[in-house]
Design a protein around this ligand. Structure first.
Ligand code: FE2
Length: 297
């Protein structure tokens, strides 16, 4: 591994996640792409640590491994734009815990790769959390596997006129409706030009290889933010009992990543859910990019 450069590889757990540690002033842009790709495909998330990095290096490095960067149109969180084309964004504008979620699993084509760059770490807490959605599925009780494989989730939403204009980056209602439709959402326009929409999707997705089932979705975070908002497709309730089984598994299999300045994290958003512990200071400054692999995946 990394035969031409001095890099150390450390595990997060036996089969998941690897830290790529710079030991001898190697440039991040010089490390062997094929080796990174192989590690990423096998271990599903990689943390690059100890390299000299800034926003520009982060952009170049992520550009070298991914493509089709998204500008977060239709995203649910307020993010600050960092670069000119709007493909580097802050993670969000609040400090609460974020429950484990697949990024943008409320649209029909979520990004396959999510990148993070630590411009500045928090003084304490604020770890990014990750978990293996494949392991999550395997930890579910048989009855829960059956229930979630049978019944899809329904995420309803309401946006006032000024809110959809901001989220969909247009003043034209027809354009906004088209974006919603292209993202797989059903839309209904109200008299005051506010919109109601709903998105229906399974909590369980097939892995890239189609061999395994993966629990990856936005359910845990959506339920935390607005407990009444999500239900099953047939309008039946997702009960507290269901949520306590899911939250117990989530906490048990969570891996925490404590940020160091300059760290870069690359996550397979087809398998790995991510979230964040709460934090309390104004130091934490983490950027993200959402995109697709520029290699066979
Ligand atoms: Fe996220």
């Amino acid at each position: 591994m990394f035969t031409k450069t001095k890099i150390e590889i450390q595990p997060f757990s036996e089969n998941l996640g690897r830290k790529i540690i710079n030991t001898e002033n190697t440039s991040l842009l010089d490390i062997d792409k094929e080796e990174i790709i192989n590690l990423f495909k096998y271990y599903s998330f990689l943390l690059f640590r100890g390299f000299e990095t800034n926003v520009d290096t982060f952009a170049k490095f992520s550009n070298s491994l991914s493509k089709d960067f998204m500008d977060y149109t239709g995203g649910v969180i307020n993010r600050r734009i960092i670069n000119e084309d709007g493909t580097i964004l802050t993670v969000n504008d609040f400090k609460d815990e974020m429950k484990l979620h697949g990024e943008m699993y409320y649209i029909n084509k979520p990004p396959q790769i999510v990148w993070f760059f630590c411009a500045n770490p928090p003084l304490k807490d604020g770890e990014t959390t990750v978990c293996d959605g494949r392991q999550f599925f395997n930890e579910l009780s048989n009855s829960m596997q059956d229930l979630l494989s049978r019944k899809k989730l329904k995420f309803p939403g309401h946006l006032k006129k000024e809110d959809w204009q901001k989220k969909y980056k247009t003043n034209d209602l027809n354009v906004a409706k088209e974006i919603c439709k292209s993202q797989g959402k059903e839309v209904q326009v109200n008299e005051d030009e506010s919109i109601n929409f709903k998105f229906i999707c399974s909590a369980i997705h097939k892995s890239r290889t189609e061999k395994d089932d993966v629990f990856i979705n936005s359910l845990l975070q959506a339920k935390k933010v607005n407990p009444k908002s999500v239900c099953f497709e047939d309008d039946s309730e997702i009960t507290d009992e269901i949520m306590s089984e899911l939250n117990e598994i989530a906490e048990r299999i969570t891996i925490e990543i404590s940020w160091q300045k300059g760290d870069i994290l690359m996550i397979d958003n087809t398998r790995i859910m991510h979230g964040r512990r709460a934090f309390y200071d104004d130091q934490r400054d983490i950027y993200t990019r959402m995109c697709f692999p520029a290699f066979p995946f």
